[in-house]
Design a protein around this ligand. Sequence first.
Ligand code: TXA
Ligand code: MG
Length: 313
Amino acid sequence: MRIGTNVNKAASLLKSGEIVAIPTETVYGLAANALSETVVAKIFSAKQRPSFAPLIIHLPSLDNIDDYAKAIPDGLKSIMADHMPGPLTVLLEKKEVIPDITTAGLNRVAVRIPQHAEARELLSQLDFPLAAPSANPFGYISPTTAQHVADQLGDQVSYILDGGSCEVGLESTIIGIEEGRPTVFRKGGLSMDIVREYLPEVIVRDHSTSNPSAPGMLKSHYAPTIPLRLVKSFTFDEVRVGYISFGEDLSISDDSVCYNLSSNKDFREAAQNLFKVMRSLDHLDLSELQVKLLPEEDLGIAINDRLRRAAVG
Ligand code: TXA
Ligand code: MG
């Protein structure tokens, strides 16, 4: 059985250089020893990920950061103290021990400490960090259940550690210091409201296809196979449509489907459901998906970011 809940088994496979899919509170990751070049190379090929795309390393606790990163910038200390573990990733100057392949040749390493109980238990059994990109084929929607991983990458991993459905459901927020200023490189599971409490001057780097070192910033990413259209209001015509709503229950024809991200317009619930809903709709025989952007606040900001990237045109 490839899917299971045996943390010890996951740990021993990782120790012997295998790839294991692991749960985190954001999304599932495709994990392997971040310190081994040959093992990290396997992640890139399993995910069909271009080698210019750096990986995040996962640690059991803040105490371990000094082993892998040089000084922590003062500006990041307080948000790190309060939100690591959590859905936050920080970019820090790397130490030699992190091989270039892990950071795609960059001298900064992305570091995350997951909050998820089994992920922490697993990491605490290892004497190396885990490099883990989201466990989806490059460019597709991130997985938020063990079954999502099995559906697409089941053959590529030795084991899928099942830690249930991801509580946050969006990838981590990535921050770093860029030219002396705190910068968000990817909006994510730690809301922008919280980030601004700590870093009122924070800059948000706009995505750019000319910056291949940060593929989460590429414009077309997180995309379903069925074309997804952003609309101001839903249209109802002949074609079979999958509607993704936020708080609205649409009455629609038999052929079409409507999934409500959250009946009571709860951003956290919507974030939890977003990728699941996109994946479920992507399995149906539909001509297109329609979705309206959420209010640009709280986790709506990160959700809208993903929707814009998933959208066609
Ligand atoms: O929530 C998450 O962050 C999940 C879970 C598994 O931890 N991981 C994840 O990894 O989303 P991935 O590989 O799908 O996205 C990592 C993002 C990419 O956009 C990558 O470019 C950026 O992090 N990144 C990683 N290392 C970087 C670095 N050294 N400098 C700049 N960006 C970096
Ligand atoms: Mg990803």
